[in-house]
Design a protein around this ligand. Structure first.
Ligand code: MCN
Length: 732
């Protein structure tokens, strides 16, 4: 009957957001809630000598101050979650005030005195790599070191006709979610319910329980409506522990919600990579070798090192080059710790391999499409030099689709140039890695009114996955999508789950939901046959009905649910289990590799203002469940990437003081910078899963960085090796 997969179904999530009835952490109210305010370090590096909070305790309404809380969490900074004897970055928590309301809590911060002895700060990552001045006392600045080597890069480089040698930089960014981070921890009789702005409630339960299992019997984590995350609300933060601890010791609900300034200082930053590369090409444009020194600026904690691993292992992108050396240096600096942001290592890789392609095209005076065509992987599956198995698709075909837009944009650019305008066109081709598992869960239930409730272990927070999952389940059951509800984000709704990150939700939770629905259909048949007193073997399930072929009798899902839940107190006369509920956990034994191409037409005014005149993104993510949702992700991701290329950059002065503490200094794109992005898709690269879809959400942020950079480079006719782009390069 119904066929929803592949169509632009409107988001079932939206009504509450549009009408203002969504409930974010800060909207959730419990009687007797206490509020927490954090005193943060204002110096980048210092010895912490003494904290005097006696005066703060005298403020009416202040119920307590916490200092020196230390919990062992892997790869976090020294003195996590609170500085105890060494301050490592501006914004690091030093003390927490717990008070009857948030105003009193913030006021009391002024009455805490901190004595410290300043230490020199390590700011520049290349200086940090020299390991002279230490970012963390008595600790090497090299927090992570790895060598990735494949083939014989030195030899291949020596044989190359042309060597591109340059330093490429991807700036440090702040994942600016609309809603800052926040938690409400509710203590009740030895148990906690934690409401959080999070993208991974089960994971949060796990890490909080690890820390507090001797204090409480269990922790339930509930994801409140969450206003975006972009990767930043997954891994453990100091405040997660401090607020939870506060509610345990005060046996009261305690709430903390970051101000924007706090969020900018303390939410994990991302990217921050430097690549010193030498790339060797033949004169025919064949990419033969790459040697890359990769420095990732980890800030004071080493937990972001895996981002460099992702970048390094995907540094060849969709190209055939096999002789590669990447030396990875993860360095400690006195900055906010680094972790994932939309794309997590893949945008950095794409920026590098696509800059290399464009620079080689310039050097060899080759057409940018032609040089890519010569290097693209043509036979799939293909195992790249570091073991990634690119699974399916047709890269050359997608490039040829992109080429038609590229040529058209070039024609338009030529026309505009004749009118004296500074215009450029850029194209990128990229490979994506997703299906970050190991698995995801879904449970499907028929409720007594015949409606279907789907619960997923993933935790969307803006993407619209619930709509797509409803589409999948509606198609599988052959019923109206209005009969389906999707719920998530509560660790007590479903056994285990991971969350929403790594563009995994649709593929993993979507497949789990599909498999759970198939199991449910079987249960409907069993229970339906029993209720009709006919043989299970003789019934079929079709479009919401269980039908007996022999007698012609049928029952709808609603009939079955009604019969099953009638007559409380009676007996169950049938052998079949009286259940209309099933779960499935789904994982794939390898990653999937979507791919795509972006094409940008850009004008740069004489004053250096950038206007994107036209923009096309083309992706192959296998089956597209809801093109409107996927397109929404692309449009959002592209404008976010515009921010990263043109506007956004966390800045520190030479002493380690952050210069970007508000949106006045840290610029994110607004509606004024928005432009028209068109999205097209091919469905050649299917996955092996029952639902052969791959992820889309991060792809746009991977494709946009090099495409836009190239278009701007061509418009101003100056080489660009660093994002965000230095504005002085843009002025005529
Ligand atoms: N989709 C589809 N068909 C496919 C693949 C996806 O219709 N073959 C749809 C999905 O139904 C979903 C959307 O596209 O509505 C994205 O799905 P998917 O690619 O599975 O990505 P996730 O849902 O796992 O989202 C995570 C991803 C990440 S990693 C970041 S970071 C990011 C992003 O989502 N953060 C976001 N997009 C965001 N969008 C919003 N509004 N807010 C964030 O914080």
């Amino acid at each position: 009957m119904s066929h929803y997969v592949g169509t632009r179904v409107k988001r079932i999530e939206d009504p509450k957001f549009i009408t203002g009835s969504a409930r974010y952490v800060d909207d959730i109210a419990y009687p007797g809630t206490l509020y927490m305010a954090i005193l943060r370090s204002t110096v980048p590096h210092a010895k912490l000598l003494k904290i005097d909070y006696e005066d703060a305790l005298k403020i009416p309404g202040v119920v307590g101050v916490i200092t020196g809380l230390n919990i062992e969490v892997e790869n976090r900074p020294r003195n996590f979650p609170m500085a105890k004897d060494e301050i490592l970055y501006v914004g690091q928590p030093i003390a927490a005030v717990i008070a009857e309301d948030r105003y009193k809590a913030y006021d009391a911060l002024d009455y805490i005195q901190v004595d410290y002895e300043p230490l020199p700060a390590v700011v520049d990552p290349e200086e940090a790599a020299k390991d002279k001045v230490k970012a963390v006392e008595d600790t090497s600045n090299i927090g992570y070191r790895w060598t990735y080597k494949a083939g014989n890069p030195e030899e291949e480089l020596a044989k190359s006709d042309v060597v591109i040698e340059t330093k490429l930089e991807i700036g440090r960014v702040y994942p600016a979610a609309m809603e800052p981070r926040g938690l409400l921890s509710v203590y009740q009789e030895g148990r906690l319910t934690v409401y959080a702005s999070t993208q991974a409630p089960h994971y949060m339960r796990k890490f909080l329980l690890d820390a507090f299992e001797n204090y409480v019997s269990d922790i339930r984590v509930v994801q409140a409506d969450t206003g975006g995350a972009f990767g930043s609300k997954m891994f453990p933060y100091p405040e997660d522990y401090i607020v939870t601890y506060a509610s345990i010791i005060h046996r009261r609900p305690v709430k903390w919600v970051a101000t924007r300034r706090e969020d900018l200082l303390s939410t994990y930053h991302s990217r921050a990579q430097i690549h010193k590369i030498r790339a060797g090409f033949t004169k025919n444009g064949e990419w033969r070798a790459l040697i890359d020194d990769l420095i990732i600026d980890l800030g004071t904690a080493t937990h972001g090192y895996y981002l460099a691993d992702i970048t390094a292992t995907l540094i060849s992108g969709p190209y055939k080059v096999r002789d590669i050396l990447v030396e990875v240096y993860g360095v400690r600096t006195n900055k906010t710790p680094l972790d994932q942001y939309r794309g997590a290592g893949r945008p950095e890789a794409a920026f590098v391999y696509e800059r290399i392609m464009d620079m080689a095209a310039d050097e060899l005076k080759m057409d940018p499409i032609e040089i890519r065509r010569r290097n693209l992987v043509t036979e799939l599956p293909y195992t790249n030099p570091f073991g990634h198995k690119y699974d399916s698709g047709n890269y050359l075909h997608l490039l040829s689709v992109a080429e038609s837009y590229y040529r058209d944009f070039e024609r338009r650019a030529e026309e505009l140039r004749r009118q004296g305008k500074r215009v450029g066109v850029g194209l990128s081709f990229y490979i994506e890695q997703n299906n970050f598992g190991p698995w995801e869960s879904a449970s499907v239930r028929v409720k007594s009114n015949g409606k279907i409730l789907v619960i997923i272990g993933a935790a969307p927070h803006g993407q619209g996955d619930a709509t797509a999952i409803a589409q999948i389940v509606a198609d599988e059951l052959g019923i109206d999508i209005g009969q389906i509800e999707v719920s998530w984000g509560d660790t007590e709704l479903i056994g285990e789950g991971f969350g929403t990150f790594g563009s995994r939700t649709l593929t993993l939770a979507g497949n789990a939901a599909l498999l759970a629905t198939r199991k449910l259909k079987d249960k409907l048949k069993r229970v339906g046959a029993a209720l009709m007193n006919v043989n299970y073997e003789g019934v079929i399930y079709e479009n919401g009905y269980v039908k007996d072929a022999k007698t012609g009798r049928s029952m709808s899902i609603k009939d079955i649910a009604t019969a099953l839940t009638a007559n409380p107190g009676s007996t169950w006369l049938y052998e079949v289990e009286p259940s209309l509920e099933d779960s499935a956990y789904f994982g794939l034994n390898d990653y999937t590799y979507p791919y795509g191409s972006h094409v940008a037409l850009v004008e740069v005014s004489e004053e250096g203002l950038i206007k994107v005149l036209d923009y096309v993104a083309i992706d192959d993510i296998g089956l597209v469940v809801n093109p409107m949702l996927a397109e929404g992700q692309v449009i959002g991701g592209v404008i976010q990437g515009f921010g990263e290329v043109v506007l956004e950059g966390v800045k520190y002065d030479d002493d380690g003081n952050p210069l970007t503490q508000t949106f006045g200094e840290y610029w994110i794109p607004t509606i004024m910078e928005a432009f028209n992005t068109k999205w097209y898709y091919l469905e050649e690269g299917k996955s092996n899963a029952p639902l052969p879809a791959k992820g889309i959400a991060e792809g746009p942020l991977i494709g946009v960085l090099p495409a836009l950079t190239r278009a701007i480079e061509r418009a101003v006719n100056r080489r660009i090796a660093k994002i965000p782009i230095d504005p002085s390069l843009l002025i005529k």
